[in-house]
Structures are given as C-alpha cells and as structure tokens.
Design a binder for this molecule. Structure first.
Ligand code: ATP
Length: 514
C-alpha cells in the first residue's frame, strides 16, 4: 500500500502540461478533433485534422525510414535486415483463435449496479478509509481532481490523502466489495465482481450475419506479420535474423477509452517482429531496447521524460512467460505525471505465435538454415509501439509555456517532426510585398511543408505559428525591396536573421535536417 500525499504535491511541478489546454489547442489549431463531433462525438474515436495528420505522417514516415528503408546497424557492424508488409485488417477468424485473442484478449471489468457504468478493475485505485470502514474506488490519476477530493471530504470527513491509505484496486478482495463505493456512486456495495470482457470488435463478412461469418477487426498489427511469415521466408530471400515491419490501424473495444488519444478504440500501431535464433533472443532483446529508446530521443522526446521498465513475472503475457522478459519504454505523460505510462513494449514472444499458427493451420512454419543445416522455429523479439500514442507524446513534449509571448506558449516540435516547417509572411499588403512572398512560396513549396500566410497583423501571425510549432517564420518587409533579403524568425529563440531571398530554401532545408 502506498501513501497518496506524493500524488497531491506533484500537481504544481513545472513541466507538467495542462491537458485541457493541450486538447483545446489541438482542436483550435486543427490537430485533432473528436470523431463525429457534429453528432456529439463517439467515445474513444478521434479524427486527425490537417496539422495532426501531418504530424502523425512525419512520425510514421520516420519510423518506416529507420526500420525498413535504412534499418539500424546491428551488433556486427552491418545494417540489420527488415522488410515491410501491409496486411488486411480482417483475417480468417481462426488466426485469432490461434493467437489466443479469442480466448484471452480480455480485461477484468467491474460494473456499477446503480449507475450502470463499467470500469476496468486494473485501472482503479482504492482509497481506504479505515475509520469509517469504507473503500473508495477511483480512476488512477484522478486523486488530485476537485470532484474526487470533494467526495472524500463529504464521505470520509477528510480530503487529505495522507490520512488515507491507497492500494491498487486489484488488491481488494471481492469479499470486501460490500464496503466499496464506486467512482460515480455515493453508496456502498454497488460494484459487481470482476468479469472478463473481450476487447475485439466483431463484424460479419458477407450478407449473412451468423456465427459462421463472424470476423474480427485486428486488435494488433503483429498477427498480420506472423500470417505472412511463410510467404516472406519462401519468397523474399531473407535469412534469420531478420524483421518484418508493419504500420496500421488496430481496434480494441477499450472499456474506458480516456486520456485523449492515449487510449482509444481505434488507433495506429508501428510493430516489428524480429525473427532470431532462440539462443540469441537475449542479445536481440537488449539490442532493440537500446535502439528503440534512442529512436524516441531522435524524434525529440527528452531522455528525462522516458524510462525503461521491466515487466514483473506476473504481468508477462501468456506468450512471453518463458522468455527473457518484456521491457516497456514509458513516457511521463501529463496524466500519469509524476509517474510514467507505456509508449512502447519490447517483448520476447518466444516461438509462441509461429507454433500456434503451425498447430492451427497445419502448415509447417519451421525455418531451415542452409548453412548450419539446422531446422527450427525462430524466436521473436517484438518492438511494438503506438503511432497515435507517439503523437500524444510529441504533443505533450512540444507544449512549452512562455509568458513573454502573446500566445503564452509555443509548440517546440523537433523541426523534422513539425507539421509546417516554414511560414511566409508579407509584413503588409502594400508595396508589392505579397507578390514577393508568393514568388518565394512558389520557389520553396515543393521542398518542405510551407504555408503562405498573408492575412492579419504580424504579431497574430507569429502567435499562430508559435501555437502550431512552425520552426521558421519568413517575413518579407520593405527592406526586401531594396536588398532582396527577408527575416527568418527562429521559433524557439525568437531571434531574427536576415537571409538573402535566394538562400531561403537552403537555409530552411538545412535547419530541418536531423
Ligand atoms: P496498455 O497496457 O496500455 O493497454 P498494451 O500493453 O495492451 O497497452 P500492446 O498490446 O503492447 O499494448 O500494444 C503496443 C502499443 O500499442 C502500446 O505500447 C501502445 O503504444 C499502443 N496501444 C495499445 N492499446 C492502445 C489504445 N487503446 N490506444 C492507443 N494506443 C494503444
């Protein structure tokens, strides 16, 4: 059991991003919108606006670049070998029986009989009020919220968390549920015992909606890779060790989608299955943990906000029980602060998936090493990350308060990740400045994502570009007429430099390179 004081004190830590402001900014500036907003939205689904799409594509393309086009240099000094696939979202349902998803891909849920709301048991925290013989269940991270503290004040006689014990709700025995007050209830004993709830979305293929035609939307991109393993080995001249990478949508009917795009029902993953000799699993697991941590830093995530966490034996997935262990790369998200939440998992899936598919499909999935003449089922190391959770990370990481600016903040994206690299701003609408700006825009627009922004006062245009994280604002002013130079304003330092018109493309291209 832990004491909850620390949670309360940490609320004012500098660097913690105000989530409500970030979400509002994402809407106002066209990063992310609620899906079906004009119909009051749909819980757990999000649409990416023009800037969010650009940001997501930048992160996605960079992963593909660094995994498939120019994969990392391996321990032997040579680039490792990785090929890409793009598999169907709907596969033969037998594939999901083989993978274990039909039977075991579920979360423990508790229902509130009074409010009819449903909660994920492992996401709840218990606040134990021994004096009044009652236990409150709240969502992790909500202990600092005003309504939660008000409820504690009213029902426990104190909102000082230091006077109450906390524990993961999973540690509360069901026999004590009669004393439990649910997150949205003010009565004891309304929560049911935990029940397993399968997370796969179901549909039907073809015109008849019966059991025989039932199909599932994939809950992970990984299985599409295992299903293509044989075709790749037979046709692509790959040799173990090698990897197969895939980026795409995944769907999970999360019971409590929350924290903006962190946990949604439709999301995107970037996964790579690395097939290696069983004896080399440890070596490759360690290699990929380091490579992936370096990668997140390379896209602008500060090492201070990242940590590695080894899975405990009891949280290992069924496929990883006999392996060298799973390591998560965790990020200090605004809603987990000062704690961390999963951004990517690097799991040793052993030979579980290939063996299961071999058993269920009846097709041989062994690998034959024609040099050593050894025949075996490779082991798999899987770096699995969320693309959309990565976007959440980049947004939180970029949000930088700055009281000296009209916008009071700016988005400090690494230039290579920024949705818009440069904005071209004629200072006024007179003296032919818009024409020069237009000409400059036409000269650079194919080289990097550029916006020509002609309307409004210049301060407002700078503020807007700070809010969307444009690294460079290029201003055409009256001096341009005389000396053919423009000012380039640096987003982070706000310093301005004069650069010749015909050197702008080179200047910006160089500055946005990694
Ligand atoms: P969690 O414990 O957060 O539910 P998980 O361990 O089940 O995640 P994996 O199955 O390992 O996640 O999926 C790999 C990655 O996919 C995660 O690290 C995360 O970045 C992303 N991911 C998983 N579920 C979601 C979701 N519901 N919304 C957004 N991203 C997700």
């Amino acid at each position: 059991m832990s004491n909850a004081t620390a949670v309360k004190q940490e609320t004012a830590v500098p660097g913690k991003v105000p989530m409500d402001e970030l979400v509002a900014l994402c809407k106002r500036r066209g990063f992310i919108f609620q899906a079906s907003e004009i119909y009051d939205g749909i819980n757990g689904f999000w649409d990416y606006g023009p800037l969010g799409t650009a940001l997501k594509n930048n992160l996605r393309d960079r992963w593909w670049q660094d995994m498939v086009i120019a994969p990392p240099i391996g321990p032997d000094g040579r680039p490792v070998q990785i090929v890409g696939v793009d598999s169907a979202i709907i596969q033969n349902p037998r594939a999901w029986e083989a993978s274990g998803h039909v039977d075991t891909f579920s979360d423990p849920m508790v229902d509130c009989k009074k409010t009819k709301l449903r909660y994920r048991q492992d996401h709840l925290v218990a606040v134990i009020d021994e004096r009044n013989n009652q236990i409150f269940a709240f969502y992790e991270g909500s202990l600092e919220d005003t309504p939660v503290l008000k409820k504690l004040k009213k029902m426990a006689g104190t909102d000082e968390l230091s006077k109450l014990k906390t524990a993961p709700f999973t540690e509360i025995d069901v026999s004590a549920y009669t004393n439990v007050i649910g997150p949205d209830s003010d009565e004891k004993g309304t929560l049911t015992e935990p029940r397993q709830f399968n997370l796969m979305f179901e549909s039907h293929a073809g015109p008849i909606k019966d059991e025989k035609n039932k199909v599932y939307l994939r809950p992970e991109t990984a299985q599409g890779i295992f299903l293509n393993y044989k075709n790749i080995v037979d046709n692509m001249r790959v040799r173990v060790p090698f990897g197969i990478a895939q980026i795409g949508k995944a769907f999970r009917n999360e019971v409590t989608p929350r924290n903006f795009i962190f946990r949604s029902r439709e999301f995107e993953q970037m996964e790579m299955e690395w097939f290696c000799h069983p004896d080399e699993a440890q070596k490759w697991r360690d290699f990929w943990v380091e490579a992936r941590m370096d990668w997140w830093k390379s896209v602008g995530v500060s090492g201070d906000h990242l940590q590695l966490r080894d899975h405990d034996k009891d949280e290992l997935s069924h496929y990883a029980k006999d392996g060298v262990g799973t390591v998560d790369i965790e990020y200090k998200f605004p809603f987990t602060w000062p704690g961390f939440g999963e951004l990517e998992g690097i799991a040793h899936r052993c030979d579980y998936d290939l063996k299961q598919h071999e058993k269920h499909s009846g097709k041989k999935l062994e690998y034959f090493d024609d040099i050593t003449k050894e025949r075996y089922i490779p082991h798999v190391i899987e770096p699995a990350s969320g693309l959309t959770r990565g976007v959440m990370t980049l947004l939180a990481e970029a949000y930088t308060p700055d009281e000296t600016r009209p916008s009071k903040m700016f988005m400090k994206f690494k230039p290579s990740m920024a949705p818009i690299k440069a904005a071209i701003l004629p200072l006024t609408n007179k003296d032919g400045l818009p024409d020069i700006a237009e000409k400059l825009y036409m000269a650079v627009r194919g080289k990097f994502m550029t916006q020509l922004d002609t309307k409004g006062n210049i301060g407002k245009r700078y503020a807007r570009n700070d809010e969307i994280g444009t690294p460079f604002c290029i201003t055409v002013d009256n001096d341009t007429l005389n000396d053919q130079t423009v000012t380039i304003r640096d987003r982070d330092t706000m310093t301005q430099e004069r650069v010749a018109l015909d050197k702008v493309a080179e200047y910006v291209s160089k500055a946005i390179e990694d």
